[in-house]
Design a binder for this molecule. Structure first.
Ligand code: PLP
Length: 388
C-alpha cells in the first residue's frame, strides 16, 4: 500500500496494521497504558528516540495512530491528528496557531463562530470576520500581522465557495497559515492541501464517520505545523477513544462510494427543487446558476451532498415544510447515510442575532438538507409532498 494508490484504495487500506492474529483490519487497543521490557526502553519512547506506544491520552496508542495514518493519506498530508470532535480539532488549531489573530472568511458552523467570537477573545485571541463580499480587505488585514486564515468551502449553510489556491497565495505572501474546514466537501471531492492550503480540518462526525454514530475530528498537514498542536491536544484531553478510532477507520473504508452517491443524488435533488414553485432559491455548488459554480468546478471533483433550499414565504412556512417531511429526518447534523433537514435559524445558527444572520445572508426560509443514501426519487417525492 503506497501513496501512489488511488484514493478509493487508500480509504480501504491506508494505515491498517498487520495483525499477527490475521484480522484484515487494525484491532482496537483499548489499553490506556502500555508495558515496557525495561526502563531504558520506556525512556526511549518518553524522550522521543523510538515511536513506541505509551499512554492513550497522548495519542500514543496503535489504534489511534493507525487511524491517523489513514486520515493523512486521505488528504495527501505528511501527518494527521485525530480528535474527540471537530470543535476539539478547531480549538487546538486556534490555540496553537491563532494567537496573533485569526481571519475567518465567510459563513461557518455556528459553534465555530461562537468559539471565535465568545470564548477565544477571553484569552486575548481575536478574530476578524470577513464576509465573502469583503475579500478585498484580506491583504490589508494580513499585513497587520494576523497569522491564521480559516474558512469553510463550501460553507455552512449558504454553500459559499472560495478560491483556495488564490487565498493560499495571498496568505503565504504574508507568511500566514491557511486552514480549510473541508468537512462539507470531504477529501473525496476536494483536496485543500494540493491547492495550497496548509492544514485541512474535519468534523469527522460528519461524512468521514458517515453513520451519525461517531463524534470525532481531525487535522491534516505537515509535521512542522501539527507538532506544536499535539501538546494542546494532550493536555486538554482531546484525543478520541480507541473504540471511536476503530469505528471511524471502519467508516472511512466506505467513504468514497458513499460520497459519490451523495454527490449524484444531491445534484439531482437540487435540479428538481430549482423548478419547484414553492422554492425561491436553491444553493448548491453543482448548479451552473450558482454564484460559486465556476470556482467549485475548478477545485472540486464532485459538489457534495449538502444543499440549501429557500422556501417561498417566511420562517414559519419553512418550519411547516420541515415538519411535513416523512422520510427525511429533522436533525442538526449532516453527512450520514440518512437524509437530514434543518432550518439553520433553529439549530446551527440559532445563537447568532437576527441582524448577524441577515448580514451573512442566512434567511428564515432556508432549509439545509444533508442528502443520504436513500433512493433519490424517494427523497424528491418526500420534499415535493412537504412543499405542497
Ligand atoms: N465544522 C463544520 C463544517 C461543522 O458542520 C461542524 C459541526 O456541525 C463542526 C465543524 C464541528 O464538529 P463537531 O460537531 O464534530 O465538533
Amino acid at each position: 500500500m503506497t501513496d501512489k494508490h488511488k484514493l478509493d484504495t487508500r480509504c480501504v487500506h491506508s494505515g491498517e496494521l498487520k495483525d499477527p492474529q490475521g484480522s484484515p483490519h487494525t484491532p482496537t487497543y483499548n489499553s490506556t497504558t502500555f508495558a515496557f521490557d525495561s526502563t531504558a526502553a520506556l525512556l526511549d519512547v518518553v524522550e522521543g528516540r523510538s515511536e513506541g506506544n505509551l499512554y492513550t491520552r497522548y495519542g500514543m496508542n496503535p489504534t489511534i495512530r493507525s487511524l491517523e495514518a489513514k486520515l493523512a493519506s486521505l488528504e495527501g498530508a505528511e501527518s494527521a491528528m485525530a480528535f474527540s470532535s471537530g470543535m476539539a480539532a478547531e480549538a487546538a488549531l486556534f490555540l496553537s496557531h491563532g494567537r496573533d489573530g485569526i481571519i475567518c472568511i465567510g459563513d461557518a458552523y455556528g459553534g465555530t463562530l461562537e468559539l471565535l467570537s465568545e470564548q477565544l477573545p477571553l484569552l486575548g485571541i481575536n478574530t476578524h470576520f470577513l464576509l465573502g463580499s469583503e475579500l478585498t480587505q484580506l491583504d490589508s488585514l494580513l499585513s497587520q500581522g494576523k497569522r491564521l486564515v480559516f474558512f469553510e468551502t463550501p460553507s455552512n449553510p449558504t454553500l459559499e465557495v472560495f478560491d483556495i489556491a488564490a487565498i493560499a497565495e495571498q496568505a503565504h505572501r504574508h507568511d500566514a497559515i491557511l486552514a480549510i474546514d473541508n468537512t462539507f466537501a470531504t477529501p473525496i471531492n476536494q483536496h485543500p492541501l494540493s491547492l495550497g492550503a496548509d492544514i485541512a480540518v474535519h468534523s469527522a462526525t460528519k461524512y468521514l464517520g458517515g453513520h451519525s454514530d461517531i463524534t470525532a475530528g481531525a487535522l491534516m498537514g505537515n509535521k512542522k505545523l501539527l507538532n506544536p498542536i499535539s501538546g494542546w491536544r494532550k493536555n486538554l484531553g482531546q484525543v478520541p477513544a480507541p473504540e471511536t478510532a476503530t469505528l471511524l477507520a471502519r467508516s472511512i473504508r466506505t467513504l468514497a462510494v458513499r460520497v459519490r452517491q451523495q454527490n449524484e443524488s444531491a445534484l439531482a435533488i437540487a435540479k428538481a427543487m430549482q423548478s419547484h414553485p414553492q422554492v425561491n432559491r436553491v444553493l448548491y455548488p453543482g448548479l451552473e446558476s450558482f454564484t460559486g459554480h465556476a470556482i467549485a468546478a475548478k477545485q472540486m471533483s464532485g459538489f457534495g451532498g449538502m444543499l440549501t433550499i429557500e422556501t417561498v414565504g417566511d420562517g414559519t412556512t419553512a418550519t411547516e415544510v420541515v415538519d411535513r417531511l416523512k422520510l427525511i429526518t429533522i436533525a442538526a447534523s449532516l453527512g450520514g447515510v440518512e437524509s437530514l433537514a434543518t432550518q439553520p435559524i433553529t439549530t446551527t445558527h440559532h445563537s447568532l442575532s437576527a441582524q448577524e444572520r441577515s448580514r451573512r445572508g442566512i434567511t428564515d426560509g432556508m432549509i439545509r438538507l444533508s442528502i443520504g443514501l436513500e433512493d433519490t426519487q424517494d427523497l424528491i417525492d418526500d420534499l415535493t409532498q412537504a412543499l405542497q
